[in-house]
Design a protein around this ligand. Structure first.
Ligand SMILES: Nc1ncnc2c1ncn2[C@@H]1O[C@H](COP(=O)(O)OP(=O)(O)OP(=O)(O)O)[C@@H](O)[C@H]1O
Length: 412
């Protein structure tokens, strides 16, 4: 039996990048041989084993065949006579279909090295169409390496979308790929590619609908709301923001696709209008709670956050309460980080200051800086406590807010 390093580890080594996890293919063995050598099976029906010491994955070389729609429709055939080349042929992209033998030689039947050098994502075979998650993977690798999609692969992806293949994607796999892609260096590239092949219109129609929607050119020199959204997402990545923050950046302006034509390019009310589409996306892909909640919060409140300089102190306190900032200060801060990306994700505004963030945090700290126990003890009736606490908070907020309003007048 021979073992070969395959897939991402070979690709990343050729790119001079650190290898994260290493996958191996075993040729000339069957399950029995693996068990005898001390490997542990990963699943019952799957020819993948864990090395007894390194715990790395060793898969028997296998071919695959699609016999029915969906993920259950794949039939794998793993046997000692399956060759390395046959195993590599079932993989998605040429850059992922290379192997390395024990002497360090690269086995590259699909010219992955040439595509790696040219920065091209190219499918290995027409069987690419059998698994729509490959579209998402291709977009994700573009987001990671900044590579182009080969024209013939883009054409195939378009065909897959037109044939309805993308409709078959299940929430778990979509979210897994989206989440990974959002955390890459160039997440906007992933969205661009999904848009270009038409998959965005199926997976995130609410985001796709933003392209072509105009905005006021004085606030938004980039004008197009879809382009602005990708710029905000990219800013969020450049700022090193977390997954919930990047996801919220992507969805913050969904309401702008619902603006009535007669008020364009203004978008009054898009913050409130966006909440339902954000909830739809969250539900469709079973988005984890931290991401889902932050996206809804940012969508609903980002205009208020931007325009803090126009608010009366009592309104500030009301917003701190309605955003649950007092109980969830970290989430509040995360929302403000997205607002920074929103401000900077505009053409020519990449270095804009955003004093609103520090001011909101100062307001929050002021509102928290009261002795609730002493206030409660000083109240004779229990129903007076909440009002007394509010009054104390307001007394803390008011001088800060008045000073800020004198200094700034914001609009967005
Ligand atoms: N849906 C798929 N269709 C075809 N081949 C796939 C698919 N998923 C994974 N592969 C193959 O298995 C290998 C390992 O997959 P894995 O998901 O670990 O990604 P990777 O290429 O190692 O990248 P990452 O750095 O994101 O882990 C890939 O390099 C590719 O050859």
């Amino acid at each position: 039996m021979q073992t070969y390093l395959v897939g991402g580890a070979v690709r990343d080594a050729l790119l001079g990048l650190p290898q994260t996890d290493r996958d191996w293919v075993v040729v000339g063995a069957d399950a029995q041989t693996m068990l005898q050598q001390g490997f542990k099976p990963v699943g019952q029906d799957f020819p993948v084993f864990l090395h007894p010491h390194s715990h790395e994955e060793y898969a028997l070389a296998r071919t695959e065949r699609k016999v029915a729609a969906g993920y259950a429709g794949f039939r794998f055939y793993a046997a000692p006579e399956v060759t390395l080349e046959q195993d590599l042929a079932r993989r998605d992209l040429t850059i992922n279909a290379m192997a390395q033998d024990a002497d360090g030689r690269i086995i590259d039947p699909f010219n992955g090295q040439a595509d790696l050098a040219a920065g091209l994502l190219r499918h290995v075979s027409p069987a690419f169409t059998e698994d729509p998650v490959r579209i998402l993977r291709t977009a994700r690798f573009a987001a990671r390496y900044g590579f182009q999609v080969a024209p013939e692969t883009m054409a195939l992806m378009r065909q897959m979308v037109a044939a309805g293949e993308v409709d078959a994607l299940v929430a778990e796999r979509v979210w897994q790929e989206l989440a990974k892609g959002l955390m890459e260096n160039r997440p906007a590239r992933m969205l661009e590619i999904l848009h270009e092949c038409g998959a965005l219109q199926v997976i995130l129609p609410e985001v796709a609908a933003l392209f072509g929607v105009p905005q006021r050119a004085d606030y938004h020199p980039e004008v197009d709301t879809g382009i602005h959204t990708l710029m905000v997402l990219q800013q969020a990545a450049d700022m090193g923001l977390t997954l919930p923050e990047r996801y919220a950046a992507l969805l913050h302006d969904l309401g702008k696709a619902l603006t009535p034509a007669d008020i364009l390019p203004k978008h009054h009310g898009h913050d409130v209008a966006g909440v339902v589409p954000v909830q739809q996306v969250n539900a469709r892909w079973r988005v984890p709670r931290a991401c889902a909640e932050l996206a809804e919060l940012v969508c609903r409140w980002h205009i208020i956050f931007h325009s803090v300089g126009t608010l009366k102190p009592a309104t500030v306190l009301d917003k701190l309460k309605r955003t649950d900032a007092l109980r969830r200060p970290q989430r509040f801060q995360a929302a403000l980080n997205v607002c920074v990306a929103d401000t900077r994700g505009r053409l020519g505004k990449e270095n804009s200051p955003y004093p609103q963030r520090e001011h909101w945090l100062a307001l929050l700290a002021a509102a928290q800086n009261i002795d609730t126990a002493a206030i409660a003890a000083a109240c004779t009736k229990p129903e007076q406590i909440a009002a007394a606490i509010d009054a104390a908070r307001l007394a803390q907020i008011t001088p800060l807010q008045n000073a800020y309003r004198r200094q700034h007048t914001e609009s967005h």
